[in-house]
Write a protein that binds this ligand. Sequence first.
Ligand code: DX5
Ligand code: ZN
Length: 227
Amino acid sequence: MKKVSASILSADFSRLADEVKNVEKAGADLIHFDIMDGHFVPNLTFGPMVVSSLRDKTKLPFDVHLMVENPENYFEALERGGAGYVTVQVEASLHLQRILCHIRERGMKSGAALNPATPISFLDYVMDDLDLILIMSVNPGFGAQEFIPAVLTKIKEVRQRIDKSGRNILLSVDGGLHPETSTAVIKAGADILVAGSSIFGSKDYARAIASISGESRANRNGLGSNM
Ligand code: DX5
Ligand code: ZN
């Protein structure tokens, strides 16, 4: 079953704890945090304090996406805040291999994110150091943008690369996912679907999560899923 990581960027920030509890009840598998610094991307969101403030509100793993310069400056606070996955943008990570090792040394799972125009050759020498690869299907910075179809080829190529490597690396896709786009993304080989506006903008979170994941609602909520 495909996992759904609910991006709280599109949640109601005045009631974040309730929003997180509601998506957990609705069948989400992970909570996705978009940390933006106003430098790497032209938007500013929140920092690790918001991650730690929500840690005791849900049992779901936290999937933290750092769209920041100098991502290593945030690792200590994210470890204390209970982050599960920490994903850095390769374009902002000058010493990518070392950065990924530092995430793992803190007991967290390491992820590398690629912007739509970034080639997958960035992954060539770090496959041993990765738990997750995040393919951006929009340019990072904002929710509710349109899915970029050219990224489908990249998702297929990364799927093949992971399978060929025999490593246990998750393939996550982030941006512009709703039932119409997620079908192709699942077919291309994604393990995790990150979605914000199509979940939090809907009236029925459970229905939205089920349709993004391509599963029936009963299936998701009845059987649950472990990560
Ligand atoms: C974009 C973020 C995404 C965003 C997705 O910079 O990394 O995680 O929240 O939002 P939607 O699902 O609305 O495209
Ligand atoms: Zn994200």
